[in-house]
Design a protein around this ligand. Structure first.
Ligand code: SAM
Ligand code: SF4
Length: 447
């Protein structure tokens, strides 16, 4: 009988996608996924170290699984950014941990697992892979039960923003050859995927270091030409590298959805400089204006950090001012969290925890109001909604997304999954929209 693997994933879409790739790899070694850790032969915690909070979750998760090691002899492993960062130290600290596997070592996982099973040896593999094998396509071995998929187009980052651990734990920026990406998307489409989300820490930088001359906008154009694919999304973009061609792609490419995630991190030029972001508040706003001119219906979301060292009240006011000016569809807001090894961790002008928390609360209150107002703008419209599956909140409902990435829940039958249907938006909520199927043709009332 096959064995069972249970994966617990923390952090961003990259980690989610890495967990998917690990599951696909392990299928080849006769490991099937289980959602119940208690019946697992292999438990893997895929970790994030971008902020302190997710990092701490690793240790509490390991504590939770200790008894399964004792009772069932389950193999326990840690993957992802904390594994990359801590390496052998994790094995020293957690005596019942069997495996530490870094961000570039995923393809080695089946062999490492076998080694542990045969010899009982504890293993740690955290080397960076200069050949880029960790980026190679890993396709599902059994039929896919979903209609949208992530596709990694690049990994790592060369930006070295002063607060960020990513370049240290994911390595230097590396793009995948376009042919490999296109083939992966084509195979996924054959398996029923209709929407892809292209992943990278800085997708605008795509192409750097490749033998072929290709930029991200050209990659998008080639993916747009793939028959059977309906929608394309990507994340994340760095404002400094957001090119005019990429902005134009929003008007030229029919499958590219009208949404961009463009983190700004701060509205203060002084703080942006200390963060080493390479743009100013004015140049960020200019890019947003340009995006809105080319694509008036574009939805914009972003990340922002409050309480970065040296942030004074007037800097925070600049951040709030930027938020009011752009009126983001949604914002992911974080308190600055010092990361060992980054430059900002050594900055001395720290902001008190209470001040950080107060600023975060103020910012989130303002954004909550804007998000709801932006969602309310959709009430009464008929939108193309791509149906993704059953709603987790209410099982009689289906859930899908507009092209602008708004979640829409509505009543309907499962045969609609994977189709794009016209939905009349009836009511806006802070995190989603409620709608009903419209039998008429698509079309937006004049705005
Ligand atoms: N590559 C993306 C970019 O340049 O915007 C961001 C990737 S990072 C994994 C996701 C978000 O985490 C960042 O945009 C930032 O807002 C937040 N973040 C990263 N380091 C942080 C830190 N030390 N403290 C608080 N938030 C942080
Ligand atoms: Fe981190 Fe900056 Fe790279 Fe984004 S661009 S991953 S914030 S170093």
């Amino acid at each position: 009988m096959g064995k069972r693997v249970y994966i617990e994933t923390y952090g961003c879409q990259m980690n989610e996608h890495d967990s998917e790739r690990i599951l696909r790899l392990l299928e080849g070694s006769h490991y099937l996924e289980t959602k119940n850790a208690q019946e697992a032969d292999f438990i893997l915690i895929n970790t994030c170290s971008v902020r302190e909070k997710p990092e701490h979750k690793v240790y509490s998760a390991l504590g939770r699984f200790k008894w399964l090691k004792e009772k069932r002899g389950a193999v326990i492993g840690v993957a992802g950014c904390v594994a990359q960062q801590e390496g052998d130290r994790l094995l020293d600290r957690i005596p019942y941990l069997d495996m530490v596997i870094g961000t570039h070592a995923i393809p080695m996982l089946p062999q490492l697992l076998q080694k542990i099973e045969v010899s009982g040896e504890r293993v740690c593999e955290t080397g960076f892979d200069p050949e880029g094998n960790y980026l190679k396509t890993i396709l599902p071995q059994k039929p896919l039960d979903k209609v949208r998929s992530y596709v990694t187009i690049m990994q790592g980052c060369d930006h070295f923003c002063s607060f960020c651990i990513v370049p240290y734990v994911r390595g230097r920026e590396r793009s995948r050859p376009s042919r490999e990406i296109i083939e992966e998307v084509e195979r996924l489409v054959e398996m029923g995927v209709k929407e892809v989300c292209l992943l990278g820490q800085n997708v605008n930088g795509y192409g750097k270091g490749l033998k072929e001359e290709i930029r991200f906008s050209e990659l998008l154009r080639r993916i747009n030409d793939i028959d059977g694919l309906d929608r394309i999304r990507f994340t994340t973009s760095h404002p400094r590298d957001l090119s005019d061609e990429l902005i134009q792609a929003y008007s030229n490419l029919s499958k590219l959805c009208e949404h961009i995630h463009l983190p700004f991190q701060s509205g203060s030029d002084k703080i942006l400089q200390a963060m080493h972001r390479g743009y100013t508040k004015a140049s960020y706003l200019e890019k947003i204006d340009c995006l809105k001119r080319v694509c008036p219906s574009i939805a914009v979301t972003a990340d922002v950090i409050v309480g970065f060292p040296g942030e004074e009240e007037k800097d925070f006011e600049e951040t709030l001012n930027l938020i009011q000016k752009v009126r983001f569809d949604d914002l992911f807001s974080f308190k600055y969290s010092p990361r060992k090894g980054t430059r900002a961790a050594q900055f001395t002008d720290k902001v008190e925890e209470k001040v950080k928390q107060d600023r975060l609360s103020v910012l989130q209150e303002i954004q909550k109001e804007i998000t709801l107002q932006k969602n309310q703008e959709w009430e009464g419209r008929v939108e193309e909604v791509f149906v993704e599956g059953r709603s987790k909140q209410s099982p009689q409902d289906l859930t899908g997304r507009t092209r602008s990435n708004k979640i829409v829940n509505f009543e309907g039958s499962l045969d609609l999954v994977g189709k794009t249907v016209p939905i009349k938006i009836l009511k806006a909520y802070p995190h989603s929209l409620r709608g009903e199927i419209q039998r008429l043709e698509f079309g937006r009332p004049p705005q």
